[in-house]
Design a protein around this ligand. Sequence first.
Ligand SMILES: *[C@@H]1O[C@H](CO)[C@@H](O)[C@H](O)[C@H]1NC(C)=O
Ligand SMILES: *[C@@H]1O[C@H](CO)[C@@H](O)[C@H](O)[C@H]1NC(C)=O
Ligand SMILES: CC(=O)N[C@H]1CO[C@H](CO)[C@@H](O)[C@@H]1O
Length: 250
Amino acid sequence: MKIIISLLLVAVTIFSVASAAAQCTFANGSDKYDFSAMKNTTGYTFKPSNTLGAATYYWNVCDICQQCATSEENTVSCQVSGGAWRTIGLLTDVQFTAITDQPNVKGATITYGGGPNCSNGQARTSRMRIQCSESETQIVSVSETSCIYDIFMTSKHACPGGGGSSSGGSGGKKGGIGGGWVFIIILLVSITVYIGVGIGVNYKVRGLRGAEMFPNIEFWRSVPGYVADGAIFIKGKITGSGGQSGYQQV
Ligand SMILES: *[C@@H]1O[C@H](CO)[C@@H](O)[C@H](O)[C@H]1NC(C)=O
Ligand SMILES: *[C@@H]1O[C@H](CO)[C@@H](O)[C@H](O)[C@H]1NC(C)=O
Ligand SMILES: CC(=O)N[C@H]1CO[C@H](CO)[C@@H](O)[C@@H]1O
């Protein structure tokens, strides 16, 4: 029981930190885009068969690319060539721009800059052109010009509005809030109700006063210890030094 509560608290903390990470939306006039469905935990991979020779590219959209074995912790894209890894875009150096070179094309270009400088002084930059299409995410091409890496993808997750409501409705466009916010709102409401009802019961029924009115005060005083236990438990699992029996080491 104790370990479950500890893990839960750690999970909530990690979730709140993660949901505060990089912005992933873009508005071009009335077209509103949310690219978060394009995050790919295994990372996108492409090995061009053309003049780029032996390089292979790894990248992600709106999130760091776990596969990039480079020292930059904010790496969103990288190339590996002859065993050498190189960052070619940072998640934190991001810019969204409209696609304007073709009419009737929806989508956006997400530019991740801040990679190490080329000899020409250009910071290596990944320019991801992501066009709206009717099908699942597809990689069209990857090419390089003077240390700007052009990644071209099409995806149904790169379309405005999230599932087009066609003609008609005057008032109907719902902005919609993400699952993360729903979770946070439910959590806040639950906490408020819990504290409110708890204080009420402790005051009226138990006759408690002062800090003792706070619901389950003894438990909450011990929470910092639980969090520490949870962190040690997870660290133990990761480093393999954890003493808990009954779990298989992988
Ligand atoms: C993630 O990228 C890999 C490699 O490019 C691809 O096979 C896979 O379909 C992608 N997953 C999603 C959800 O797009
Ligand atoms: C990269 O080049 C720019 C000028 O183009 C320069 O201002 C910057 O200091 C360089 N950065 C590094 C790490 O060399
Ligand atoms: C729908 C919409 O407003 N599209 C605009 C996107 O941005 C480009 C460039 O700023 C405009 O030309 C489009 O009209």
